[in-house]
Design a protein around this ligand. Structure first.
Ligand code: PLP
Length: 244
């Protein structure tokens, strides 16, 4: 009889928990999509791996995760290397400082937090230097909370018009965060508002601006987000457990 060391046993439990959680979240996404009459394949689950180890992320990849989200460039840099060649798509989901843009563009496939002119300018500058266009989502502060990043809904269309006047940064959609709440239903009006803003933006048919993606919904409210049209949900805790 083979007896696992405490260490091996611990990591086996970790891996099997992550497996079960990924399956559970995927199932809930499917059900929420079907409730709303949407195609479940139109929703991509981003596993938010901030504060998690490479070992935990590998368990998520083995469970079928293909999209990973980090909110800090520095932390992303520590993980992209060891996980190179695993086919993961990396999302930078947090607010981005202009002095980190160069490094961010080397690693992230999609920047979720484009929310101001100075960041746009630096993204354009660095994308042009690289000779490669950069894909981004414009973050909107739908709830108007002062603590939240994001452009105000009223400034969105002028910002998108400005973006449409250049070629290096392409907007692929919008991103938002709902206020923290125990009740997922509290998030619904904010998610709905983001979808309406995307509809308004789509009507302008601006060059370099398309509205194919809505990045909204976290562990506490991703099912509501899917019902309201999310194409990306960003889920950490429900996959990896509580953060320390
Ligand atoms: C941490 C984080 C998430 C995931 O939060 P959970 O509640 O752990 O699912 C999603 N989006 C952003 C921007 C985050 O920083």
């Amino acid at each position: 009889m083979e007896i696992l060391s405490e260490n091996r046993k611990g990591s086996w439990i970790l891996v099997s928990n992550i497996f079960m959680n990924v399956e559970k979240v995927q199932q809930s996404i499917r059900q929420a999509a079907l409730r709303a009459g949407r195609d479940p394949h139109a929703v991509t689950l981003i596993a938010v791996s901030k504060t998690r180890t490479v070992e935990e992320i590998e368990a998520a990849l083995a469970a079928g995760i293909t999209h990973l989200g980090e909110n800090r460039v520095q932390e992303m840099a520590q993980k992209v290397g060891p996980l190179e060649g695993r086919g993961a798509t990396w999302h930078l989901i947090g607010s981005l400082q202009t002095n980190k843009v160069k490094q961010a563009l080397e690693m992230a496939n999609l920047i979720h937090g484009l929310d101001r002119d100075s960041l746009l300018d630096e993204l354009i500058r660095q994308a042009e230097r690289r000779g490669r266009t950069c894909d981004a989502l414009v973050q909107v502060n739908v709830s108007g909370e002062e603590s939240k990043h994001g452009i105000s809904p009223g400034s969105l269309l002028p910002f998108l018009r400005r973006i449409s006047q250049q070629q290096w940064v392409r907007v692929r959609g919008l991103m938002t965060m709902a206020p923290l709440s125990e009740n997922p239903e509290d998030a619904r009006p904010h998610f709905r508002r983001l979808r309406e803003l995307a509809d308004e933006a789509r009507e302008l048919a601006l060059p370099n601006v398309c509205m194919e993606h809505l990045s909204m919904g976290m562990s506490g409210d991703y099912e509501v987000a899917v019902e309201e049209g999310a194409t990306f949900v960003r889920v950490g805790t429900a996959i990896f457990g509580e953060r320390a």
